[in-house]
Every structure is written in C-alpha cells, then in structure tokens.
Design a protein around this ligand. Sequence first.
Ligand SMILES: NC(=O)c1ccc[n+]([C@@H]2O[C@H](COP(=O)([O-])OP(=O)(O)OC[C@H]3O[C@@H](n4cnc5c(N)ncnc54)[C@H](OP(=O)(O)O)[C@@H]3O)[C@@H](O)[C@H]2O)c1
Length: 274
Amino acid sequence: MMKMNFPIDYHDRKPLGKTGEKTSAIGLGTWAIRDYSIAEKVFIKAIEDGIDLIDTAEMYDSGNAELFVGKVIKKVGRDNIFVITKLLPSRFRTEDLAKKAAKNSLKRLELKYSDLILIHWPDYSVSIEKQVKNLEVLVDQGLTRYIGVSNFSKKELEEALWSLKRHEITVDQVRYSVLHKNIEKELLPYVLNVGITIEAYTPIEKGKVSNIPEVQKLSKKYNKPPIAVALNYIISRPMVVAIVKTERLDHLFDIEATLGWRLSEKDIDLLSSI
Ligand SMILES: NC(=O)c1ccc[n+]([C@@H]2O[C@H](COP(=O)([O-])OP(=O)(O)OC[C@H]3O[C@@H](n4cnc5c(N)ncnc54)[C@H](OP(=O)(O)O)[C@@H]3O)[C@@H](O)[C@H]2O)c1
C-alpha cells in the first residue's frame, strides 16, 4: 500500500469533530456481550480508569445492549459517560420514525438525551439528503446533543455534509485496524480536512491482530501487549478513536496499555506497510 503521511497524535483525549469537546481515545463497544453482569464490572473499572466513551446501538441484542448501558450509567453517573447510540437506517425515512426510534432508545438507556446518535449505515432507498434532514431533527428535539454517521464512504459523507442545514456531523464510525486500512486512502485524509472524527470499529479484529508477526515484534520491543501495539497504531492517527469490545478484565488491561505512549514514526510506517 502507498505510504500515507499522517502526523502522530500523542493525545489520549481526542476532539469530537469541531465541537470543542473531547473524549477518551479508546471507547467501549457493546456488540455481542456474552454476560452482562460480568461486563458491567469491566465497564465500571474502565470508566474509573478514565475511559468515558461507550458505543451501543438499538440493533445490538435487540435493545438489550442499550439496557445494559443504561444500568452502567446509573452506577457511574450520567456526567461521566459520553454515550453513542446508532439507529437503523430505515428510521431516517421520515421525521416521525426517527423521533420514535430515538425516544425508544432513550427509554432503554434511561436517559433524557444521548450525546451522539448515528445513522448505523446509509439507507439506499432514500436520498442521503433526506436521511440527514431527519437526523438533524433529533438535535432540534433535544433527543441528542450531537449527530453523526456510520459506514459512510467519503462520497456519502460529502453528500451528507452538503445536506446539513443547522447542525454538524461530528463522526463517521467505520471499520479500521492494522489489517483493514482502506480508510487511509480517501476517507481519513478527507475527515482531517473537514474536522470530523473517525470512530474505528473492530480495531483489534476480534483479537486477530495479536497474531501479526510485525505486531509481535513491536510488542517485544516496546514491552507492551500485542493488542496495545495494534491499537496504538490506530489512535496515533489524528481525529481517530478506537471502539473496542471486551468483557474480560485481563483484556481490558491489555487495551488500557495502549495509552500514555506512541509507536515511533518508523514503527507506525512498518505497520502501515503490512
Ligand atoms: N458501526 C458499525 O457498523 C459497527 C460494526 C461493528 C462493531 N461496531 C462497534 O465497535 C465495537 C468493537 O468492534 P467489535 O466488537 O466488532 O470487534 P473488536 O473490538 O475488534 O473485538 C472484540 C473481540 O475481541 C476480544 N478481545 C477484546 N480484548 C481482547 C484482548 N486484549 N485480547 C484478545 N481478545 C480480545 C473480545 O472478547 P472478550 O469480550 O472476551 O474480551 C471480543 O470477542 C463493537 O462492540 C460495536 O460497539 C460498530
């Protein structure tokens, strides 16, 4: 792959688009949780350690992931969490559908408002302009503080930005890992230009990144877990946060070992070339 030049971001707190707000460079995902009571302990520990970003969706476990996030927030306090939820694309076909879905999510989350609501992926049966119009209504109604998108390509994101009338798109949540670097070609340079945050999902490829020989070599060199090396690459990019899922304390410690240091430019280049 062609070598891309991105400046290294040394911050462990990252800007949310152009809002002036910041979140932790690592967020916790809630897809496919096996045991919610065990996960709750791990999430609370992560929040105590300074991770303040939680990602969920109405789709995850048919709403049960949102119920779980609601319980965690009750334990740690609303002000200590930045909550992202994602609504199904079909919800954005009309204003009423979007409002209803957002209210149902908020009921499960036991919240008055979400911090960020995303369109889970683009709906190909209505225009992006219409989807964005119905997304903006959610801010007008006080159901979310910010809005964003997920799985939007550069072209789709451009169209979304053209369609905006009153609010900003703060985030595009997309797949990004050392094994899945497509966004580095077009989308990442573009968001850096326009000031949108990338939320990288599946950033450890379900643990598979640990098996990469270059990652293992750097793990020895830096004396950090392989998972932390692979995540360090992701958060070294400006405007990028990583959303990782774990419900194991030992795995959380590997993830937290990502913070407080960065790979050298040469080692980032090494991972960028695989
Ligand atoms: N917008 C979208 O379309 C979209 C799509 C996919 C995902 N997401 C979001 O992004 C989040 C993360 O993505 P993901 O869940 O697909 O993948 P991921 O975070 O790359 O991988 C999660 C898996 O890796 C395991 N794991 C965690 N830490 C580990 C460690 N230190 N060593 C070895 N294995 C480890 C977890 O198991 P344990 O729990 O046992 O640790 C889990 O099975 C999701 O939960 C979801 O919130 C969004």
